[in-house]
Design a protein around this ligand. Structure first.
Ligand SMILES: Nc1ncnc2c1ncn2[C@@H]1O[C@H](COP(=O)(O)OP(=O)(O)OP(=O)(O)O)[C@@H](O)[C@H]1O
Ligand SMILES: [Mg+2]
Length: 276
């Protein structure tokens, strides 16, 4: 792929697309909602910028990826943090060969230039100041301005964007003008038993059916008690329990004990009350 682009005489070095083999299981309606938001039904139409919301580990990043992959375009992941600055999101200066300044396009700007998809992951961790730099991108203007490089970058018509957000406590409260640009909201909930089973099977295909069934039962009980444990925790419990009882390992616990120990070590003592 071409790894530089020149805009108004300024050369931008592009990021590389991300490869993440994910398969989305269950809730096809959610996948279709993301794809619908990205659709353009008329040349004068504009794509929307969905916000995927839910507890940590419910599958937000997986859904964003799966939808982006379904479009068949390059996918760029931007991991937002509390320290993300506007230039990290847009263009950063770095010292290149011969001490000259080079301008490096972020994954987001690379996606804008190449007509790819940008998934801005854990957007709730990012400050209002960082989000403010994306305001013109997320409305009809579809551009960002790089103060450091002195260029305005217009999004390719094929560019698509979505953000994932945790609804846990470690979040910035985004101002209304940002919120209203991150629409529609797509809420991920705890899965139904059959979906949860399919997700576990997809993620740990070598696990025996009884181990999966036990873990689904454990997770469903936890969901009914409004515990925070998610399918990610379930995947980790299954993996660790299998390792603890594996013939090739040294521990070789019986399955039931291995599962209980995995729950204790992964989720803590307090999770043991919900064992099937
Ligand atoms: N519907 C699904 N299909 C396939 N895998 C899933 C699904 N939902 C969750 N998973 C699996 O569960 C794990 C957690 O999912 P993911 O990382 O997408 O969650 P998240 O909501 O982005 O979490 P966080 O808020 O911590 O970033 C992953 O290993 C993923 O493979
Ligand atoms: Mg995530």
């Amino acid at each position: 792929m071409q790894n530089t682009v020149t805009l108004d005489g300024v050369t931008l070095h592009l990021a590389h697309p991300d490869e993440l083999p994910v398969t989305w299981v269950g809730r096809d309606d959610l996948l279709l909602q993301v794809l619908a938001a990205w659709l353009m039904v008329d040349p004068s139409d504009l794509p929307l910028h969905p916000r995927l919301v839910g507890k940590p580990g419910v599958g937000k990043t997986t859904l964003a990826w799966a939808a982006a992959q379904r479009l068949g375009r390059e996918v760029y992941l931007f991991q937002a943090t509390m320290d993300t600055r506007p230039e990290d999101l847009i263009v950063s200066p770095v010292v290149g060969e011969g001490g000259r300044i080079q301008y490096v396009a972020s994954p987001l700007v690379t996606a804008m230039l190449r007509g790819g998809v940008c998934v801005l992951d854990e957007g709730n961790r990012m400050s209002e100041k960082a989000w403010a730099s994306l305001a013109p991108l997320l409305d009809a203007r579809r551009y960002v301005e790089s103060i450091v490089a002195g260029v305005k970058v217009k999004a390719h018509p094929d560019f698509r964007f979505c953000a994932t957000m945790n609804d846990d406590a470690s979040t910035f409260d985004l101002p209304e003008y940002i919120h209203s640009r991150l629409m529609p909201q797509i809420v991920l909930d705890f899965p139904e038993p059959a979906e949860e089973e399919a997700i576990l099977r997809q993620n740990v295909p070598f696990a025996e059916a009884e181990v999966i069934a036990w873990t689904v039962e454990f997770l469903q009980r936890a969901h009914s008690r409004e515990e925070k444990y998610t399918v990610r925790d379930g995947v980790n419990v299954v993996r660790y329990a299998i390792k603890l009882s594996a013939p090739e390992g040294g521990v070789r616990l019986p399955r039931a004990e291995a599962l209980a120990q995995a729950v204790r070590q992964i989720l803590g003592e307090e999770a043991l009350v919900g064992l099937p």
